[in-house]
Design a protein around this ligand. Structure first.
Ligand code: GLU
Length: 380
């Protein structure tokens, strides 16, 4: 049963988010483990060669910064934590970049806060950046932007950040690498505790299996991991929790080795995302398209270009959901717009070359990118 599910889930992985915890990346004397990072880079390369897009969410900045600044204990106050994060982050990215280079990749750094997921326009920017980075030989490495994250806007732990990133790009699988073998039936120190290989449906009772354990260097424990699992599985993302100290853990997981705990996502990622754009968010405006643009969007799977827009109605910001309707007012699609009402009105009906003249620049070739668009007449 479990191995069938594994094979099924793994065969379908096209987009993967891997979260690496501070403890996985640290040596016993609290330095960043360059060998571990080099081994991760090798595994990342093997994954990319399988045609899988991959985003890393990596902790370790504060831990590395503590070492570099000579701080013996994790600071309690925000400003020292932030100083450690700022110092350690540069080092962290440098090590990733150095480890990726021999395989032909660059590391791209994305530092995010909770606001980037709440604000529609920021959300769309992050999504567009991640999807665009996938076109290049680049591995995006995401961390929380600790230096600007005050308590109110703090995501708090990278398990949660990784779950949100996985939802944002509709990843098929999120792998959380920790220093435990997965979800256990009891306390990790109890010799009778057994690893649970598969959780078919997330249930809040699982949270009772684990205490509020904290990891020593990072911020998460099993409880925060399970909360992240709940967030990700609810939007259709499958999640694995596995031991990042195993030498070839990613390659093992992707080749179907029975290690770690697999939590199955509810439904599948694409349908959750389509539901979200198509049905959950009320549209803030309408774009009336000519017949050619309707055909391109509805039947040919194309992005919406300004030239196909005949009229703009409503009042919307960049990143909000708008309806696409034909000349008779029939709605056939919805999507997240790259331009607000005013800019869309200015460029409606114009060619991409003319947009530069109108707006001074062309921030996006498409008004709605096809990755951010749902044809609802066909999916209903
Ligand atoms: N942003 C923190 C760091 O890089 C990690 C937070 C976490 O471990 O969950 O050190």
């Amino acid at each position: 049963m479990s191995s069938d599910h594994r094979r099924d889930v793994l065969n379908r992985v096209r987009t993967l988010v891997v979260k690496v915890g501070t403890n996985v990346l640290s040596t016993d004397d609290d330095r960043l483990d360059a060998d571990r990072i080099a081994s991760l880079a090798e595994q990342v390369h093997a994954i990319r060669q399988m045609g899988i897009q991959l985003v890393l969410v990596s902790s370790g900045a504060i831990g590395a910064g503590m070492g570099l600044l000579g701080l013996k204990e994790r600071p309690k106050d925000l400003s020292h934590l932030q100083a450690a994060a700022a110092t350690g982050q540069a080092h962290l990215i440098h090590l990733y970049d150095k480890a990726f280079r021999p395989h032909g990749y660059h590391a791209a750094q994305l530092l995010l806060t909770a606001n980037d997921f709440k604000n529609r326009s920021r959300y769309l920017n992050v999504r567009n950046t991640l999807l665009t980075l996938g076109e290049f030989h680049v591995i995006p490495v995401v961390n929380e932007n600790d230096t600007v994250s005050t308590a109110e806007i703090k995501l708090g732990d990278n398990d949660r950040l990784a779950a949100m990133v996985a939802g944002l790009i509709q990843a098929d699988l999120l792998i959380i690498l920790s220093v435990v073998d997965g979800l256990l039936t009891g306390d990790p120190t109890d010799p009778d505790s057994r690893r649970i290989p598969l959780v078919e449906r997330f249930d809040d009772d699982l949270l009772n299996l684990v205490g509020a354990s904290k990891s020593s260097r990072g911020t998460g424990g099993m409880k925060t991991k399970l909360e992240a699992v709940r967030t990700a599985t609810a939007v259709g993302v499958n999640v694995m929790i596995a031991n990042g100290k195993r030498p070839n853990v990613l390659s093992e997981l992707l080749s179907g080795t029975d290690t770690g705990t697999l939590f199955l996502g509810e439904g599948d990622g694409v349908s959750a995302w389509k539901r979200w754009i198509g049905y959950t968010m009320p549209p803030k405006g309408r774009l009336v398209l000519d017949a050619g643009a309707r055909r391109a969007v509805e039947l040919l799977g194309k992005s919406l270009l300004a030239i196909g827009i005949a009229r703009v109605e409503g009042d919307f910001e960049k990143g909000e959901v708008v309806s696409l309707v034909d000349a008779d007012g029939e709605e056939f699609a919805r999507g997240l717009t790259n331009y607000d009402t005013k800019a869309t009105r200015t460029i409606a009906g114009k060619r991409t070359d003319d947009i530069a003249r109108e707006l001074g620049s062309v921030p996006y070739d498409e008004v709605i990118h096809r990755d951010n668009l749902v044809v609802i007449s066909l999916t209903k």
